[in-house]
Write a protein that binds this ligand. Sequence first.
Ligand code: CAA
Length: 380
Amino acid sequence: MDFELTEEQSLIRQIARDFATREIEPIAGELDKKARWPTEIVLRMAELGFLGMVIPTEYGGAGLDAVSYVLAMEEVSRACASSGVIMSVNNSLFCDPLFKYGSEWQKREILAPTASGMILGAFGLTEPSSGSDAQSMQTVAERQTDGSYLLNGSKNFITVGPEAEHVVVFAISSRQGNRPSITALVVKKGQPGYLQSPHDDKLGIKAAHSCTIYFDNVRVLPEYVLGTDGQGFKIAMSTLDGGRIGIASQALGIARAALEKAIAYAKERKSFGQPIASYQAIQWMIADSEVELDAARLLTLRAARLKDRGVRHAAESAMAKLYASEMSTRVTHRCLQVFGGYGYTAEYGMERHYRDARITEIYEGTSEIQRIVIAKSALG
Ligand code: CAA
């Protein structure tokens, strides 16, 4: 597989790097500390076309490829993991399924303003008692005689939920024996029966607000059904195949931020009369982190290349997400150790990277779920 970047891909990476370094990095610590939604960053990401990167321009997107998306995601997440996941949710979890499964009306009326960043979208799969076992959901969409659905239930940990104009909600529309038949509905915020909790108080990615959304007899008109009745679970799974590539890129960005800081610090900080970078204990931490970061990037780029080619990439996305997220936890742990006591304080932002890395092993499928997906593919 060729990992040489095209001129366009290199340019996108440079634009993302300049934007992230100049405009996001200086305020990332404050966003985290205050758990403040980054309105100004979201507006700039919209201007740069970063909120619908792979969506064709006729539907409001930037018309780029998944590799460009991965490169930009790493740069944004290196500066601020919260901004990274906001970008990832809008691109991968909302715009992607709308483009792949949406009707022409949905693409013009809902996808286009979301891909251009005028409004945002979110993804509602998880429920209070149904996370890894997604088919065990309790939310119900009862089909009415006029073709509309009556939606009842709740979805939690919905990243971007508080700010999203629409949420793709997965709900049980009928049962065939013991198996639920799941339908995907695009639900507009603010209609009767649609309620939201205050945003969650979390360990990391504090500026990327998430919340619980409650549906109490919310009426969803037939034109808001995504795909066909009963197709919802496959829509959720194939969407997550792409989403996991986004989270792998976020994990890369977080780890790179920590490693770059640790390398600079190790060259400056002296102990026993020498820069700590001269000690093998530190060099080995840096060497191991470099290797793991590169390996994770190659896995992520491979998954993105397969997605661009339209080849099934469920296992490769799971491998990229599993390895990159666990790598990010290991690398931020080591880099914090390089900083010693200063790593534990907020002064250098190392503790932010350490906290932010941890979520990448949990959302869009835990590491344990990624291993199930990989094992299923290997065992056939
Ligand atoms: N693409 C298309 N179809 C797929 C698929 C894929 N990648 N994976 C499975 N399917 C299909 C199967 O072929 C099967 O179809 P048939 O019924 O026709 O045979 C159907 O889906 C059911 O498949 P399984 O029997 O494998 O399903 P399962 O119940 O055993 O679950 C699982 C499989 C992999 C564990 C799945 O439940 C899963 O991925 N769980 C994790 C959920 C998750 O990632 N949640 C994240 C929430 S979103 C989030 O985190 C966002 C955020 O905050 C940023």
